[in-house]
Design a protein around this ligand. Structure first.
Ligand code: ADP
Ligand code: MG
Length: 323
């Protein structure tokens, strides 16, 4: 894709979106030149979206542009990092202008909102794979890591996990529901809202954090493992959207989606009891809802407690590409 490659990059990915002062040199040279502010650590995350694997074939190009960036922003959010720069490696079967226009529009409209500048990338011909790397800043030593949870800490989750899993079933035609609910659930799958503001506000408050891409139970499991602790979740406290309530009238079914379906890009985080008020204040002022759903315990493992105090025996599993 030599000549058309340059035209394509020029037309869709150069000189669009925000210009940041910390970008010495952006798209167009062999490397971008970037300035990390003094006192900051660089937080870096990359994700690949593969057609048919991470999103259904035929997904709207603008939604893909949004999602490619949103999943990276969600990683930064989970670390308490402030977004700054993106690089984009695109493998495309053809230079489809309609697709490229939609993809770039979706990407840049989210990038503008979070002041992310696209500073470079690579464009090749091949099966459709979108790899986007995000770079952000976090003050030295203040990142929200997975390994900081302690027994006694409270466990919180933003938003209503499980929606995206239902959205996927709607997208695949495995389920149908009233249009208003279907639109909401599809949007939760296609256009996740990265919880960047929450991640930034939780610096100095949360003891550990992760974003939920593979299901709440599996991702909380990573915090537990890395922190060397266990947890108890109160199933009745799991938040649930009106759409999910409508689609799944059975509580046990809702728990299954909330715990085990992926692609939600909400945050799960832990808070020491002494910082509970600070966390509740953050939650009250956030643009997204935020609920306390359980507690960290010293004993390893995840215990799912029903309203009557009985433990749920079979633990739903999250999404694992090689499982
Ligand atoms: P090189 O041969 O040095 O790898 P390329 O010809 O691949 O350079 O790319 C030319 C310039 O365009 C580089 O600055 C590169 O970062 C940028 N670029 C290529 N593809 C993309 C893309 N999809 N999005 C943003 N920038 C891109
Ligand atoms: Mg290149």
């Amino acid at each position: 894709m030599s000549l058309s490659e340059f035209n394509l990059i020029e037309r869709y990915f150069t000189a669009r979106g925000v210009r940041r002062d910390d970008v010495v040199l952006g798209v167009g040279d062999d490397c971008a030149l970037l300035r990390v502010p003094a006192g900051m650590e660089l937080a870096v995350s990359i994700d690949a979206l593969v057609e048919g694997r991470h999103y259904p074939q035929g997904t709207d190009a603008a939604a893909l542009g949004h999602k490619a960036l949103a999943v990276g922003l969600s990683d930064l959010a989970a670390m308490g990092a402030e977004p700054a720069w993106a690089t984009l490696a695109l493998s495309l079967p053809e230079a489809d202008e309609g697709w490229l226009q939609g993809f770039a529009d979706g990407l840049f409209s989210l990038a503008r909102r979070f002041r992310v500048q696209l500073v470079g990338g690579d464009t090749v011909r091949g099966p459709r794979v979108i790899s986007l790397q995000l770079h952000g800043f976090v003050p030295q030593g203040q990142a929200l890591r997975r390994d900081g949870a302690k027994a006694g800490d409270l466990i919180y989750v933003t938003g209503t996990p499980g929606d995206a899993g239902l959205g996927l079933e709607l997208a695949l035609g495995q389920r149908s529901t009233a249009a208003a609910h279907a639109d909401y659930l599809r949007a939760r799958l296609d256009r996740p809202e990265p919880r960047v503001a929450a991640g930034l506000a939780l610096r100095g408050i949360a003891s550990a954090a992760i974003d939920i891409s593979d299901g709440l139970a599996a991702d909380l499991g990573h915090i537990l493992e890395r922190s060397g602790v266990g947890a108890r979740l109160e199933l009745a406290q799991l938040p649930c959207s009106p759409a999910m309530q409508h689609v799944l009238p059975e509580a046990a079914e809702r728990w299954r989606y909330a715990l085990a379906s992926g692609d939600d890009y909400e945050l799960c985080f832990t808070v020491p009891p002494a910082r509970r008020d600070a966390a509740e204040l953050v939650c009250a002022t956030l643009e997204c809802s935020c609920h306390c759903i359980g507690r960290i315990e010293a004993e390893a493992g995840l215990r799912l407690v029903q309203a009557d105090g009985a433990l749920l025996q079979d633990l739903p599993h999250g999404f694992d590409h090689f499982g």
